[in-house]
Write a protein that binds this ligand. Structure first.
Ligand SMILES: *Cc1c(COP(=O)(O)O)cnc(C)c1O
Length: 431
């Protein structure tokens, strides 16, 4: 973006950067929450890592669905403006583009933790000498619970079966070579399940290199993309991962608890021999059956040749509507362009924080733009009290005990001016 000599920490400069950015913000497509203390002003919303903002077009789309339901009842499955029977089909292509997969490798279904379990039912098949699961620390608690309960479910001891890789003492990011070291020798690891972007540090791992190392070590590989979707290019197919899962309510902007997504690599779908595919351990329901025979309602399951084979139920249309709206916005901007804007925006915010020079704040997210998404994690002295002062000043961000604040300038709707306003708050709080 700007050369070092050009940077200025003032509001005019922020507006200049916004005007000059080749990828304009889509802020006017979203509802920006007002400041609680002054409803006339917009809050400094830096919490897209936790809950994305509401796309304005979601509301009329939901109202149209309600009208169709009122008007058609069950006939809405085929008569509605966007028929419910195949409502999920138009989501497939834009979602595949967003995660870097073939359309038949992705499916919209359930919620994230549920999908992790369904995928582990197929891809965590422990044996007496290979039963461990490698995860990154700190790890989102739900994933730890999911993994531990899977290990226990198969009759192993989670204390023995769960293997962590963490940053070295005094460091905040995990070194790829430390992951590779874990995967060498006699490790007993059956499954590697890491976050694409670590929720705590904001580190974006070298997904392809790690996937290749894990596969070379005979492990299956899954990625939890909760903080990666809509944030960084995931290139799931190309990384070679066996599976992945994510939610759509963080950078996906689809609303709290929105229907989630999953990826299954084509080697487990199209490249499998049909008998082996049908015989795979998999928890099954009618929506995973080949649509050509689904409504024959026969007793034998024929898995469809796509990630949809892992779907169980007919999907919630209401929950899919904001996903569809949001995917349309991503498609309109394009992930590559959005990522470029994101790197500029986060780099600028980092620069501003440095210019404040507060001794109370240390950025622990990697400095290398390739090793992070938009989120910056700040280690703050003063812990929760510091966070509450930010809140009182109109900043919406989140806090992780005991002393980490996460801020995410989300490139679809945050602006350079948001970053500048945040830095001004920090400046005023400086002791
Ligand atoms: C947000 C998040 C979850 C949340 O799981 P849900 O099933 O959607 O409640 C799980 N894991 C990670 C890594 C997350 O970031």
């Amino acid at each position: 973006m700007t050369g070092p000599q050009e940077f200025r920490p003032d509001a005019d400069f922020a507006r200049k950067l916004e005007a000059a950015d080749p990828v304009p913000s889509r802020r006017d497509h979203f509802c920006i929450p007002p400041m609680p203390s002054d409803p006339e002003r917009e809050s400094i919303y830096l919490c897209g890592n936790s809950l994305g903002l509401m796309p304005r077009d979601a509301r009329p789309a939901i109202e149209a669905f309600m009208d169709d339901w009122a008007r058609y009842g069950v006939e809405g499955h085929f008569e509605a403006r966007d028929s419910w029977y195949d409502f999920h089909e138009p989501l497939r292509a834009p979602l595949a583009r967003l995660v870097g997969a073939h359309p038949h490798e992705v499916v919209v279904m359930n919620t994230l933790s549920v999908n992790l379990h369904l995928l582990m039912a197929s891809f965590y098949r422990p044996t007496a000498d290979r039963y461990r699961i490698l995860i990154d620390g700190p790890c989102f608690p739900s994933d730890v619970y999911a993994v531990k309960s899977q290990i226990r479910f198969h009759g192993f001891d989670p204390d023995d079966g769960l293997v962590w890789v963490r940053p070295r003492d005094g460091e905040h990011m995990i070194r790829t070579e430390d992951i590779e070291d874990r995967l060498s020798g006699d490790h007993g690891i059956a499954l590697v399940l890491l976050a694409a972007v670590n929720y705590y540090s904001g580190q974006h791992y070298e997904m392809k290199r790690i996937t290749q190392a894990a596969r070379a070590a005979g492990c299956l590989v899954g990625w939890d993309c909760a903080h990666g979707l809509g944030n960084v290019p995931l290139n799931l197919h190309e990384t070679g991962a066996d599976f992945a899962a994510w939610c759509h309510y963080k950078y996906g902007n689809a609303g709290a608890g929105a229907i989630a997504g999953a990826f299954v690599h084509e080697r487990w779908v199209r490249e499998m021999d049909l008998d082996a595919y049908a015989a795979m351990p998999r928890f099954e329901g009618w929506w995973g059956n080949d649509p050509a025979t689904r409504f024959r309602m026969g007793p034998d399951f024929t898995p469809v040749r796509s990630a949809d084979a892992w779907a169980l139920s007919n999907p919630p249309i209401l929950s899919m509507i904001p996903v569809k709206t949001s995917l349309g916005i991503f498609d309109d901007v394009g992930l590559d362009a959005l990522r470029q804007r994101s790197m500029r925006l986060t780099g600028y915010l980092e620069r501003l924080i440095e210019s404040v020079g507060s001794e109370d704040v240390q950025v622990i997210t990697p400095r290398d733009p390739a090793a992070r998404g938009c989120q910056l994690s700040l280690l703050v002295s003063g812990g929760r009290a510091f966070f509450e002062r930010l809140q009182a000043a109109g900043v919406i961000c989140d806090f992780r005990e005991p002393n980490v604040i996460r801020i995410a300038p989300t490139p679809l709707y945050n602006t350079y001016e948001d970053c500048w306003r945040f830095a001004e708050v920090l400046r005023e709080m400086k002791t």
